[in-house]
Design a protein around this ligand. Structure first.
Ligand code: ATP
Ligand code: MG
Length: 139
């Protein structure tokens, strides 16, 4: 096979995710792969109708864009498409991987929560469980 051509990189702004981006950068440079950076922010549907809804949306969107901008900077000259999605992160990552026909997903073992004692976080766990392509879990 021509590994790897289309790599999804899941980012949450944590040091773990920074290391995943660094591995993705190396792989993209080595294989000339296309990169798709994905970040998902928490669902907002339960807030619809509240007067502060718009403010919460724009705050979360801005925070998500900052996470993606940070990852893009880490990539230096390596180009990447970015996807900012609302909803549960694992579902978003799996959906983008399918839509983009990814041949690899790169992510961290853990993320911003980083609970001591856990081998992998819930997002990595779910993606590893359900992905239709290989998953590189960076520690
Ligand atoms: P948990 O969230 O289960 O309490 P955690 O934050 O330590 O624990 P995960 O959230 O599973 O662990 O993070 C593992 C990896 O998943 C991160 O390094 C990142 O690559 C990816 N990830 C986590 N959250 C998101 C997100 N919101 N959007 C995109 N990728 C994410
Ligand atoms: Mg997390």
């Amino acid at each position: 096979m021509d590994a790897y051509q289309r790599i999804v990189v899941a980012v949450d702004g944590s040091p773990h995710s920074d290391r995943a981006v660094s591995h993705a950068r190396t792989l993209a440079g080595r294989f000339g792969a296309q990169l798709f950076l994905v970040h998902a922010f928490a669902p907002l549907s339960e807030l619809v109708g509240y007067e502060r809804y718009e403010r919460v949306v724009s705050r979360r969107t801005l925070a998500g864009q900052a996470v993606l901008d940070h990852a893009r900077k880490e990539l230096g000259a390596i180009p990447a498409e970015v996807e900012l999605l609302e909803g549960p992160p694992a579902d978003a990552i799996l959906r983008v991987a399918e839509q983009r026909d990814a041949d690899l997903i790169v992510m961290g073992t853990r993320g911003v929560s980083d609970l001591a004692g856990l081998l992998v976080g819930s997002v990595s766990h779910k993606v590893m469980h359900s992905a239709h392509c290989p998953v590189l879990v960076v520690r």
